[in-house]
Design a protein around this ligand. Structure first.
Ligand SMILES: [Zn+2]
Ligand SMILES: [Zn+2]
Length: 408
């Protein structure tokens, strides 16, 4: 009789047996039917619940965990028909049935810690669950863009509206591209360029940099526009190999920043276009421009910047067109990138890694090159829009998601 009641318990599987409030999509209904039948036809047979699976270990995957286990010492006198692997996070659980180790439990949320266990099932029902293992599924961190084949952004500019992978501009191309000819780092496919073989402007010129960010009624950005890292020698010397492709004649000059950006940015009714000139600032205190060289070509591919990806424009303003590799804000694998700059609408710009360290591409971001989730802004956790760097064009933002203030 004891065995029979346990079989009934198994037949209605946990829901009335105090097990859990399972929302499993893979249930043991097939097993339940078999158990119920066994309970009826073998009511007089002598068998017990199976023992507990042992040596349970697990590996976290992308939205899943893989559990390894060993069969229990006792099968209770009846063949073990299956195992149920259950992963729980709070009141949510996922249960998968399997006939042997290992078992992959899918449909889990990345970044959420689960407690997972395994139980054996025989004709008498579900045995006691094993010891739990704690696992947190994570997005696989892959190099999403091949640095030797970076998609070229030439022509990916629009004056009529924003689009994913494009820069929305308030102006038409003016033919002012700085590069005079195509370097050998452009691949022969005509569609990509090799960021590993592109040359830099030579030299190591030191500057005294000043830069300060303050939170008040506005997000205050002040500085002299000069970097803490050495720059290349500008104008580009005729003896510099870069001169063959880009004869930037401009010298770097101090250009003070005194901006009051929105301290509490909000998403605007519609995206706004970007102009030529500063669209924000990176945390090295250097202005950020969009990815246009002025001629609607990919500035990062065409123009030759220095080793920290900066160069001066006509009035001497030193600036970046992508996120400088010289920033002290570095990524940690498996984690969201740190803040690397501020955009003119007050929203932050972050590095390439999204939640759980996923390397982001344009496909992961909206038309302005951002997304919304919990981030920490000025020490406070908020569910807020923010932009991300990508390794592909447009590298930083495609448009303003908020309302930009006028910056110089
Ligand atoms: Zn430029
Ligand atoms: Zn993010």
């Amino acid at each position: 009789m004891k065995q029979f009641s346990l079989a009934i318990c198994a037949a209605i599987f946990l829901s009335a047996c105090g097990g859990s409030s399972s929302v499993a999509s893979s249930t043991t209904s097939g097993t339940s039917g078999a158990t119920n039948g066994a309970g009826v036809t073998n009511a007089s047979a002598v068998f017990n619940l199976p023992g507990t699976p042992t040596n349970v270990t697990g590996i976290a995957g992308d939205g899943s965990v893989t559990l390894n286990f060993m069969a229990p010492a006792s099968d209770g006198g009846a063949t073990i028909a299956s195992y149920t692997a259950t992963c729980m996070a709070g009141s949510v659980s996922r249960t998968i049935s399997t006939t042997s180790s290992p078992v992959v439990v899918t449909g889990l949320l990345n970044g959420t810690k689960y407690r997972c266990n395994v139980a054996a099932v025989n004709a008498a029902g579900v045995g006691a669950v094993s010891a739990s293992v704690e696992l947190t599924p994570v997005v696989a961190t892959a190099i999403a863009i091949d640095p030797s084949k970076v998609p070229l952004g030439d022509g990916k500019f629009s004056q009529t509206g924003p689009a994913v992978g494009y820069v929305y501009t308030c102006y038409s191309a003016n033919g002012g591209g700085g590069a005079s000819s195509k370097g050998p780092w452009f691949n022969s496919d005509g569609l990509t360029w090799n960021s590993l073989s592109k040359i830099s402007v030579q030299g190591a010129v030191n500057w005294t940099s000043s830069f300060l960010v303050s939170f008040g009624s506005t997000l205050g950005i002040t500085g002299n526009g000069l970097p803490p890292n050495p720059t290349g020698t500008f104008p580009i010397a005729s003896t510099d190999p870069a001169y063959a492709y880009d004869r930037n004649p401009n010298a770097i000059a101090q250009a003070n920043i005194a901006w009051g950006l929105p301290a509490h940015p909000v998403v605007a009714d519609k995206p706004r276009c970007t102009g030529l000139g500063a669209i924000g600032v990176l945390l090295d205190g250097v202005r950020l421009f969009n990815a246009d060289d002025g001629a609607n070509r990919d500035a990062v591919a065409w123009e030759i910047q220095d080793a920290c990806q900066g160069h001066p424009e006509r009035t001497g303003k030193y600036h970046h067109h992508n996120v400088s590799s010289c920033l002290t804000q570095k990524d940690t694998p498996g984690q969201h990138s740190p803040l690397v700059g501020y955009i003119a609408d007050g929203f932050g710009l972050y590095g390439n890694l999204g939640e759980n360290g996923k390397a982001l591409t344009n496909a992961d971001l909206d038309e302005c090159h951002g997304h919304t989730h919990m981030i920490v802004v000025n020490g406070v956790a908020v569910n807020q829009y923010h932009y991300h760097q990508t390794k592909e064009f447009p590298y930083t933002i495609g448009c303003y998601k908020g309302t930009p203030v006028s910056i110089n």
